[in-house]
Design a protein around this ligand. Structure first.
Ligand code: PHE
Length: 359
């Protein structure tokens, strides 16, 4: 009589069988999930709100009350394991996707675009070249503040209070009687007051005037000031040094010419012209007149003169014992002539396409 006996199994072990079976199906579903979307649908099917685990949990409600806590615990343990499995699969998929992307994106043999090298700005270069000439001759390079007092910018330079340059129109006044320096000349006074003669300095730097921006003017511009004071200094020394500087920045055949002028802080005073590098001073080119100098053969680069005795006295120097020359040359002017440029704004717009050409 081979009658079948019933098989007694605890409720928990039945639940365990169900969970094991579910777990196996989950594992094989995960093995089939090859992307994030597939993985998500596996998660929804098993662990989602209306997924298989939820169905199983609902069954717990119909168990005898004594069995429920233990059953809940077993299900929770299984869910924890499965969630970890899902997270690991997710991480593996992401890694694989990234690897695939990198395989496509990086071809180490692909020619790289040429690196764009920076270069010195034409203004910086003009300034450094002009300074270098004087530095080699023992001049000190001195920098001053762009903010000045009226005393240093005007009074000490023998510019009287009724001088037109002092009217608000030409200068940018700041609070408390300060202004943006209208030239680099204030550093003449500051240097002489701080050091006894002999003195030989150049002062490169920005200056400001209330001009509207156009092809030839800018409210901010750069100058290089020169000052040399010692016993026996004369205007020939000034012309020699300016000629040397022009040869350094423009080329070996430059000449310098002085045109009588007036500055309150020099006497005599002269505008400084140098040979036009565009036409070599002839004023004409093969095709007609030289555009760089307008046919004059000369270009103006700044002002100069012998330091006024009043300025020497104001700085604590004795005009009976020492004399000196000074000049102020426009850096933009140098750069524009060097690069045959007819609009100063190009120097401030800093278009990389232009700067690359000038480098
Ligand atoms: N400071 C004068 C200007 O800016 C230039 C200058 C400097 C003239 C030194 C003479 C001596 O116009």
């Amino acid at each position: 009589m081979g009658g079948k006996l019933p098989r007694w199994r605890s409720i928990i072990s039945q639940l365990a069988d169900q969970l094991n079976a579910l777990g196996e199906r989950l594992v094989s579903a995960l093995a089939e999930a090859h992307d994030a979307a597939a993985l998500e649908s596996v998660r929804v099917r098993f662990l989602g709100r209306s997924g298989e685990v939820t169905a199983l949990r609902r069954g717990i409600g119909s168990l005898p009350p004594a069995e429920r806590p233990e059953a809940g615990k077993v299900v929770n343990e299984a869910v924890t394991v499965w969630e970890r499995l899902l997270a690991a699969t997710d991480a593996a998929l992401q890694r694989r996707a990234l690897d695939a992307q990198l395989d496509v994106a990086i071809d180490v043999t692909f020619p790289a675009p040429p690196a764009r090298a920076g270069s010195l700005h034409p203004l910086r270069r003009a300034m450094e070249d002009a300074c270098a000439y004087f530095e080699r001759r023992g001049f000190a390079v001195v920098l001053g503040d762009e903010m000045e007092t009226e005393y240093y910018n005007f009074d000490a330079l023998n510019i009287p209070p009724d001088h037109p340059a002092r009217e608000g129109l030409d200068s940018f006044y700041l609070a408390s009687g300060l202004l943006l320096r209208t030239h680099t000349s204030p550093m003449q006074i500051r240097t002489m007051q701080a050091h006894p003669p002999p003195i030989a300095i150049v002062v490169p730097g920005k200056s400001y005037r209330r001009d509207s921006m156009d092809a030839r003017h800018s409210p901010m511009f750069n100058q290089i000031e020169g000052l040399m004071v010692a016993p026996g200094i004369n205007m020939g020394h000034l012309k020699g040094m300016l000629t040397g500087m022009c040869r350094e920045v423009f080329g070996p055949n430059q000449a310098v010419r002085f045109r009588p002028s007036f500055f309150p802080f020099t006497e005599p005073s002269a505008e400084v012209d140098t040979t036009c590098p565009g036409c070599g001073g002839s004023g004409s080119l093969a095709g007609g007149g030289c555009k760089t100098c307008g046919g004059a053969g000369w270009i103006e680069i700044g002002g100069s003169g012998m330091v006024h005795p009043e300025v020497l006295r104001e700085s604590g120097y004795d005009p009976e014992l020492v004399s000196g020359w000074a000049f102020g040359v426009g850096i933009e002017r140098i750069a524009m002539v060097r690069h045959d440029m007819d609009d100063i704004r190009v120097l401030f717009e800093n278009d990389p396409r232009v700067l690359e050409q000038l480098a």
